[in-house]
Design a protein around this ligand. Structure first.
Ligand SMILES: [Cu+2]
Length: 484
């Protein structure tokens, strides 16, 4: 635990004709230059961002025993197009990336491991990421899916992984040879370097469903390199490895947090409901495809279908031009416990990695993955499986459920999460697929707003807001999305 002020400086700049890590040249990129930010719980992280861009734009996200901590190992999709180009096609009703499927994402051009990979489309350049190990030692490594869209299963030929943290939550050691990481998920794993001295592929494998990421790099990989093995730049690993079990886009719920939580049962009826949907807004000139989440309709306490405050989809408000939709978490809203329960219904076949700020949530339950191959063609018209309170409530896990801050909402299904309210702030709950949050797939939970001022300098926030309000009208393009 820490209680320190951590100070960092970041510089953002724009570069033309940038030579990418896999040798492909991009016309324009935004570069973040600075050290890795590391901190302990309780620390205050103070980041000074020096903006050397000609235009403006910044988004930030925080992201047992062993011999060596190798630190973060980021795996992320990589695109040769610019963010603006891709976003406009994703939001286009007439020119989507997959014909006839508005809102569909592009394939990534490559997948990078700690910022590097070879060019999968030719021999232009780049190099594989290497993880250096010495036989006989145990290594801790923090796997992070830092992608915009791609989710994948990680496996290392000839090695098992011992999972010790899900996101930031310590869990009882769990041994596995494959690990599905949705966008935004992190796992701390321990790897025993006990295989023969050699080079081994670390593979990222996509789901055959095609519903949670596709890439033009069919076999994204990095190399686990043992000391005294041949130089992996000249001698690649031999054994390609077997295709791991397809998680069908859902993260495992098998992890047991070290620190137990007993969750109080919510009464028959249901938790609060949020509805996720994707629709083409043909009414606007912008061919916007808002990804919708409902907002609170009114203080409908004691009424409605669920006997609880109800929520509904409001397409007009959820479009990209909308303002933020804060939902105030009332104390003891559901029962005499600090738990705030949320049911999210997904009306689209696309699974969404849901991420909450300001809390870890417990995953009480979810519907199963869509069958694959699908019994009927999966389209955007498929019938969702709706949470049935009397039946499905019995299957929920109340005793030490899995706890983390990002988990997947199944396609055409449901997810029930809960968190202990009481952390003053405005906490965003959103899909971690960058395009979806850009389209407005988010909601803000407002907790104890009267106490927020005690924990942070609101005057500073106001100053920044005022500066933004003054600046923003100069360029309409700045308001092209939800702003998150
Ligand atoms: Cu999403």
């Amino acid at each position: 635990m820490g209680d320190f002020q951590q100070k960092y400086n970041l510089e953002i700049e724009e570069a033309d004709n940038y030579l990418g890590p896999d040798g492909h040249i991009k016309e324009k990129v935004m570069l973040f230059n600075g050290p890795i930010i590391s901190a302990n719980w309780g620390d205050t992280v103070n980041v000074t961002v020096v903006n050397r861009l000609r235009t403006n734009g910044y988004h930030s996200h925080f992201s047992t025993s062993y011999d060596v901590d190798l630190g973060p190992f980021l795996i992320s999709d990589w695109y040769y197009g610019s963010a603006d180009q891709m976003m406009s096609r994703i939001s286009s009703a007439t020119e989507p990336f997959i014909a006839g499927q508005p809102g569909s994402p592009p394939e990534s051009d490559n997948v990078l491991f700690n910022g590097t990979n070879v060019d999968p489309h030719g021999m232009r350049g780049g190099r594989y990421a290497h993880i250096h190990v010495t036989k006989g030692k145990r290594y801790r490594i923090r796997l992070i899916n830092a992608s915009v869209d791609n989710s994948f299963t990680i496996s290392i030929v000839g090695h098992k992984m011992e999972v010790v943290h899900t996101d930031f939550v310590p869990v009882r050691p769990y041994h596995t040879d494959h690990l599905f990481l949705a966008v935004g998920q992190r796992y701390d794993v321990v790897i025993d370097a006990e295989a023969d001295i050699s080079n081994y592929w670390l593979n990222a494998t996509f789901s055959e469903t095609g519903l949670c990421g596709r890439s033009r790099n069919q076999n994204p990989a990095a190399i686990l390199h043992y000391e005294d093995a041949p130089d992996p730049d000249h001698e690649l690993p031999q054994e390609p490895g077997e295709r791991p079990e397809d998680a069908r886009c859902l993260d495992s719920l098998a992890y047991e947090p070290v620190l137990d939580r007993q969750v109080s049962r919510f009464p028959v009826g249901a938790p609060n409901v949020l509805t996720a949907d994707m629709k083409i807004n043909r009414a606007t000139n912008h061919n916007v495809i808002p990804v919708l989440m409902s907002s609170r309709e009114s203080g409908n306490r004691g009424g409605g279908v669920h006997g609880l405050p109800s929520y509904r989809v409001e397409p007009s408000k959820a479009s990209v031009s909308s303002k933020s939709l804060p939902v105030r978490i009332e104390e003891q809203e559901v029962s005499d416990t600090p738990w705030s329960y949320w049911l999210i219904q997904n009306f689209s076949p696309v699974p969404h990695p849901m991420h909450l700020h300001g809390h870890d949530f417990v995953v009480l339950g979810r519907s199963p993955a869509l069958p694959f191959p699908p019994a009927t063609p999966v389209g955007f018209t498929g019938r969702p499986s709706m949470f049935n309170s009397t039946v499905d409530r019995e299957g929920l896990v109340w005793t030490n459920p899995m706890r983390r801050d990002t988990t997947v909402l199944p396609g055409l299904g449901w997810l029930v999460v809960a968190f202990e309210a009481g952390n003053p702030g405005s906490w965003i709950f959103h899909c971690h697929i960058a395009w979806h949050v850009s389209q407005g797939f988010s909601v803000q939970f407002l907790e104890e707003p009267e106490s927020i001022g005690a924990g942070m300098n609101l005057g500073e926030v106001a100053e920044n807001c005022n500066a933004w309000r003054q600046y923003a009208p100069q360029d309409d393009a700045l308001k092209a999305d939800s702003g998150i």
